[in-house]
Write a protein that binds this ligand. Structure first.
Ligand code: ZN
Length: 137
């Protein structure tokens, strides 16, 4: 298994529209999509930087994963996502290497991606996401 690139960096924010302004007016990026992922209790906004995206995450529920994260740690980098091929077999391989998985099976993320998270206890504190773009196959 070897990721092809960093697909995106997930950043937890309190206020999506306020933070979009920063990325647009200071960094000069363009928000090309805003999407609610009800599963995850988040609203997301996406920016392209080269082939990597910035994914801003605002919680729609204080009890959701991003709501809890912000309460504990404040705003900031939440996870890093690696693009992989054959996500199911990558997950099997990763589990066999003793890494704790949050998702044993791929599930649907934003933008129709198939995603799965690894537990930060097994990844030196970095919440790690694998994602596979099924639309490109
Ligand atoms: Zn993500």
């Amino acid at each position: 298994m070897k990721p092809t690139h960093i697909e995106h960096i997930g950043i937890a924010v309190k206020n999506l529209s306020e933070s979009i302004k920063y990325y647009e007016s200071v960094l000069g990026l363009t928000c090309y999509a805003v999407e609610e992922v009800t599963d995850q209790k988040v609203k997301t906004a996406f920016f392209m930087v080269g082939q990597t995206k910035i994914e801003l995450l605002e919680s729609t529920d204080p009890e959701g994963p991003i709501g809890k994260f912000i309460e504990k740690k404040g705003e900031g980098i939440h996870h890093i996502a690696f693009a992989v091929e054959n996500l199911e077999s990558v997950l099997e391989e990763t589990a066999l290497k003793g890494v704790q998985l949050i998702d044993k099976q791929p599930r649907k993320g934003a933008e129709g991606m198939h995603i799965a998270f690894l537990h930060p206890k097994s990844t030196f504190g970095v919440l790690t996401e694998f994602c596979e773009d099924k639309s490109k196959q």
